[in-house]
Write a protein that binds this ligand. Sequence first.
Ligand SMILES: C[S@@+](CC[C@H](N)C(=O)[O-])C[C@H]1O[C@@H](n2cnc3c(N)ncnc32)[C@H](O)[C@@H]1O
Length: 219
Amino acid sequence: MSTSSALATEHWNKTPLYLAEEERYAQYPWLYEAAEFRHHKGESVLEFGCGTGSDLLQFAKHGARCTGLDVTPAHLRLARQRLGNLAELCLGDGTQMPFTDASFEFVYSHGVLHHCDRARQVVEEMFRVLRPGGRFNVHVYARWSYFPLGLFLKHGRNWKLWIENSRDPVHIDLYTARTLRRLFSPADITIQKYECKYAPSLARWIGWYLVAKGVKPNS
Ligand SMILES: C[S@@+](CC[C@H](N)C(=O)[O-])C[C@H]1O[C@@H](n2cnc3c(N)ncnc32)[C@H](O)[C@@H]1O
C-alpha cells in the first residue's frame, strides 16, 4: 500500500464521510449532470474511490451494472448498507485494481485521484480496466480556485489540513488543466470547472473541481 493510501485509510476509517443522498445533491447541485448518472443504462460502471456509495447508487438507480472500489473498510461498510445488492463492492487500491483487463465501459471517480501519490499508476489502471472505446469521468481539486485561497488566508501554511472532514492528514494534490492533460496523456480530455458555493456563476473560472472526461487511448 502506498503512503497516500495508508493516510486515506486512517483518515476515513476514523471519520467516515457520509451524506444522505438529498443532502449531497443539494450541496453539489452541478454533480448530477457532470457525473452523467443517467447515461449508462445497461453498461458496466466502475467507481474508483466509491466512499459510502451515494454516487454509485445513482448509477445503479439509472440501470447501470455497478462496481465500487475503495481502500477504506469503514466507507465500504456504509456503502454496503446503502447499496444492498445493487452493486459489487471491493476493498482495494487504485494502483492495483483487482479486475481483469477491459472489464468496464465507464470509469467514474469523484474526489479521489488528488489523494493518490501515484496518480499516474492509477490512471494506467483505469485505462487497463476500460474496454476499447470505454470512457472515464474523473473529478479532482483545482489549483486555481477560490477555495484554497480562502483556506490559506484563514489558516496559513497548514491550510490543507482544513480541506477534508477531520484534521488527520491526508495526501492532497491540486491540479491545473495542464497537469491533468499530462496525467491522462495520451488520452484527449475535455475539462470543465465546477463548484463555487458563494457565486455559482463564477465556477467555470474559480471553481473547486476540475472534471476530466475522455476515452481510453488506443494501446
Ligand atoms: C473524499 S473521499 C470521496 C468518496 C466518494 N467518492 C465521495 O465523493 O463521497 C475519498 C475516497 O477515496 C478513497 N481512496 C483514496 N485513495 C485511494 C486509493 N489509492 N485506492 C482506493 N481508494 C482510495 C478513500 O478511501 C475515500 O473513500
